[in-house]
Design a protein around this ligand. Structure first.
Ligand SMILES: [Zn+2]
Length: 485
């Protein structure tokens, strides 16, 4: 019975903006620190009489960057509205939001869904302030306003989603591009990104939008996945019984994998929106908007790696997912002009080295691509030396290990020389080594002459050993072929 129905969804995503201070006052906005309740509050965000909000420029700056990251239109003029509601988590009795003229409107987010490029339309993005937190303890409810007045972006999509795979792919891309714009870390488990999913069903081929149900309270991609599945099945059962799907908001319980009705359309709150009298319209110049443009998004980079650099799909994904890794790779390619080798050094050697370093160090576990303990030019030097055949790939790994140990005190060239790692390409010198090896191994030589093949590797190994691992194995191979045949 499920196949008959098509699922139609749109998303409302709230993302906490990573500004230093709150949206309208100078209270700290860093919620990750262990605040005492109500420590980060002041008369402005507590909405004491006579206090006036002043819009934080950093919030605007980050919102504009995020808007660019979503390839949206940034409005030169936007306005604030009051959304009135009474609840103890809001000291003002209203939220300052942007209903009629949001800062960001229309365009799209593109991403891969099962290796296919799909476009999802964005309806709008506006900025608004967060509410406080209610803590239910024993028989009392306590109010903590540290979060109140914190800046949020709300991103609303068009009803473009037809499967849970699409929802997750969009959210993963959104998380990536928001991180790329520095507007937020967008971690779901820290509630920096939360998403409400609107779900309605119709028969395949139909063009109507039936009653939709909004599902709230999911704080992981897995929970969203389960909530969509559950709601789809719930609505199908209602339609199959000819019962009505109520337009309502439901609260997801991820422990029990069920949702409960929070409020129906009938008891929906009347927010009585009206223009915010305490804040002037937000006016941005073309130059201000232009200056915050982001040239290359994660997806642009991923496509460049695939199509121009001819890098494999998995590597292209790894190299474009996180900004730190991606920027490092971009800079390395600029220095080496060798995307393929830069890719393999970043994805197979550096990522592993950083992981090993963090696992082995008792005091230090936050090494990442932005704080690698040696200059990127030392890394490019390694790649250039291997390309010139002056460093073997085995010895290159030793150099990387030493660079990690020595915290910027040694250069690549110093390590190569100090540890005798430089590869010899001097054919005359290597020829002498080969002659010595053949002369010193008469038994193996006789055996080789009789049965051949299997002992060839033995001679290469001996030559490498004799040259203290500095001879170029390719040249040894050529020379040995000449002398043994
Ligand atoms: Zn404050």
């Amino acid at each position: 019975m499920y196949e008959k129905y098509e699922i139609v969804m749109w998303l409302e995503t709230h993302i906490r903006i990573k500004s230093q201070t709150k949206m309208f006052c100078s209270c700290k906005n860093s919620l990750e620190l262990a605040w005492e309740p109500n420590e980060s509050t002041c008369p402005v965000c507590m909405w004491f009489p006579g206090m006036l909000p002043v819009l934080n420029e950093e919030v605007v700056n980050l919102a504009v960057r995020a808007g660019h990251a979503m390839k949206c239109i940034i409005n030169e003029k936007s306005e604030f509205d009051r959304k009135s509601y009474f609840y103890p988590d809001s000291p003002s009795g209203y939220q300052i939001t942007q209903l009629y003229h949001p800062i960001v409107e229309h365009w799209e987010v593109r991403t891969f869904v099962n290796w296919e490029l799909v476009t999802f339309r964005i309806n709008r993005m506006h900025i608004e302030n967060d509410a406080g937190k209610l803590v239910h303890a024993w028989t009392k409810t306590l109010c903590d306003y540290n979060r109140a007045g914190g800046p949020l972006m709300e991103i609303v999509t068009e009803p473009d989603f037809r499967s849970k795979e699409e929802v997750i792919a969009y959210l993963e891309e959104l998380q990536k591009i928001i991180r790329f714009s520095w507007a937020s870390n967008a971690d779901m488990d820290k509630w920096q990104l939360r998403c409400d999913v609107n779900i309605s069903l119709r028969l395949h081929g139909e063009n109507v939008l039936n009653n939709r149900v909004e599902i709230k309270n999911m704080n992981s991609f897995a929970a969203i996945w389960r909530a969509i599945d559950t709601e789809f099945k719930r609505q199908v059962k209602l339609y199959e019984k000819w019962e009505k799907v109520e337009q309502e908001t439901r609260w997801w319980n991820d422990e029990k994998w069920i949702s409960n009705s929070l409020r129906s359309k009938e008891d929906a709150m009347d927010y009585r929106y009206f223009p915010e009298p305490d804040l002037p319209p937000l006016v941005l110049t073309k130059e201000y908007i232009e200056a915050r443009k982001i040239n290359e998004l994660p997806l642009d980079r991923r496509l460049k790696y695939l199509n121009e650099y001819k890098i494999g799909e998995d590597e292209a994904r790894i190299l474009s997912n996180e900004r730190d890794i991606s920027d490092y790779f971009e800079n390395l390619v600029k220095l080496t002009n060798d995307p393929k080798k830069s890719c393999s050094y970043v994805t197979s050697i550096l990522i592993k080295s950083i992981l090993d370093y963090n696992n082995s160090s008792a005091t230090w576990d936050n090494l990442n691509f932005w704080n690698i303990p040696f200059d990127i030019s030392e890394m490019s030097e390694i790649i250039i030396l291997t390309n010139k055949d002056e460093l073997s790939s085995t010895n290159a790994k030793i150099v990387v290990e030493e660079l990690f140990k020595r915290w910027n005190s040694w250069k690549t060239s110093e390590i190569v020389d100090e540890f005798w790692l430089r590869q010899t390409n001097d054919t005359w010198a290597l020829e002498q080594v080969v002659k010595n090896v053949i002369e010193n191994n008469p038994t193996q030589l006789a055996e080789y002459k009789a049965w051949k093949v299997n002992l060839f590797g033995y001679f290469v190994g001996q030559a490498m050993k004799e040259s203290k691992w500095q001879g170029n194995p390719k040249i040894f191979t050529e020379l040995l072929k000449k002398y043994l045949d």
